[in-house]
Ligand binder design. Structure first.
Ligand code: NDP
Length: 339
């Protein structure tokens, strides 16, 4: 394999995937919505090996725009997709680009005769309300989200389902799917993506206290490696749940305090029965996307089994506390938060 197409090259995850591919000697063609904007920011040009990176324009909402970029590529990492909890119009802003974009990229891959597509799905396609009765695996599917309830989760689920449906017609390539949980870490670009923002918000008084929330963290460089391994491992197949350590918000705040001793972090203990009841009530006053997220996640502790990705791809996860410390230092460097 020599040339790989990576969609959404300026994204937080995609820029790390590009760095990983360049480090492994590939030629990379990255799609961006605006080449002029990407070149102006110049972040991608600073990645070691960037002389083997070419940027071309494509838009998830312009189906034919991926056809030409895919020509001459042996593999595709489809990583572009809007990531936001709250949008004006969930169908237009989340579902359409996620689903139509995925179908467009897969159709372009089929026409170009690529050998493998790796799709960045999400834990959001596995569950939108972590169950209490079992550890989540690749066999779980989110069946609860809708346009009104966790629309980002809905969009990611529909997009992954559309991808597997596309494969039923045997398009001539194989599909491997990566389902990361909460991805954090240093960023190649100045923009603050939604998952690092969760940490930034904890230092900015957005949270009234320590809530009963729990996440599975994964370092962005591990997610990048997972994509490269999914590309290179002939026996890779199906979905891969991609998450390392599980931390409560209390543990996350403690890790942030260690990294940023001066930061104003939440301290009021709301991670108890009364606090959870209060947050559920107060969630009605939040923007709809945030409110729905709180109601489906507060008081729940997701458990998950990451054995498949460790066994099949040989991926080991960095400790979450170290990733939080690096993400915090990086957000200080970019001016998103104060030290
Ligand atoms: P970013 O917001 O950093 O990147 C999103 C990318 O998608 C950007 O490059 C953006 O391009 C591109 N994009 C959005 N809409 C369009 C469109 N209409 N046409 C073309 N490109 C578009 O997000 P992340 O890097 O965090 O997420 C990347 C992927 O990983 C997404 O699929 C997301 O769902 C998934 N994911 C992320 C997780 C996380 O914790 N961060 C967890 C699990 C999955 P532009 O620069 O032009 O805006």
């Amino acid at each position: 394999m020599t040339r790989v197409l990576v969609t959404g090259a300026t994204g937080f995850l995609a820029s790390h995937a590009i760095a990983e591919l360049l480090a492994r000697g590939y030629e990379v063609r990255g799609t961006v919505r605006s080449r002029a904007r990407a070149l102006k920011e110049a972040a991608l040009a600073r990645i070691p090996g960037a002389e083997r990176l070419e940027l071309v324009e494509a838009d998830l909402l312009k189906p034919a725009s991926f056809d030409k970029p895919a020509q001459g590529c042996e593999a595709v990492l489809h990583m572009a997709s809007p990531y936001a909890l709250d949008v004006k119009d969930p169908q237009r802003d989340l579902v359409d680009p996620a689903v139509k974009g995925t179908e467009a990229v897969l159709a372009a891959a089929a026409k170009a005769g690529v050998k493998r597509v790796v799709l960045t799905s999400s834990m959001a396609a596995i569950t939108d309300e972590p169950p209490a009765d079992h550890a989540l695996t690749e066999a779980d599917w989110n069946e609860k989200s809708s346009l009104a309830r966790n629309p980002y989760y809905f969009a990611k689920t529909l997009a992954e389902r559309a991808a597997w449906r596309f494969m039923e017609a045997k398009p001539g390539f194989d599909l491997v799917v990566i389902n990361p949980f909460l991805v954090i870490g240093p960023s190649f670009t100045k923009s603050l993506n939604e998952s690092n923002k969760l940490l930034a918000d904890m230092t900015k008084g957005v949270y009234p206290g320590v809530l009963s929330l729990t996440w599975g963290f994964v370092d962005v460089r591990d997610v990048a490696r997972a994509h490269a391994l999914a590309l290179e491992t002939p026996t890779a197949q199906g979905r891969y749940l991609c998450a390392g350590d599980r931390l409560t918000m209390r543990e996350t705040v403690a890790a942030l305090r260690e990294a940023l001793p001066q930061a104003k972090l939440p301290s009021l203990p709301l991670d108890n029965f009364a606090g959870t009841a209060l947050v559920k009530l107060a969630s009605r006053l939040q923007p709809p996307g945030v409110g729905a997220y709180l109601r489906s996640h507060i008081g729940r502790k997701p458990s998950y089994d990451n054995a498949k990705i460790r066994r099949d791809l040989g991926l080991e996860f960095r400790p979450a506390r170290a990733a939080i410390a690096e993400a915090a230092a990086d957000m200080v460097k970019w001016g998103h938060i104060r030290a």
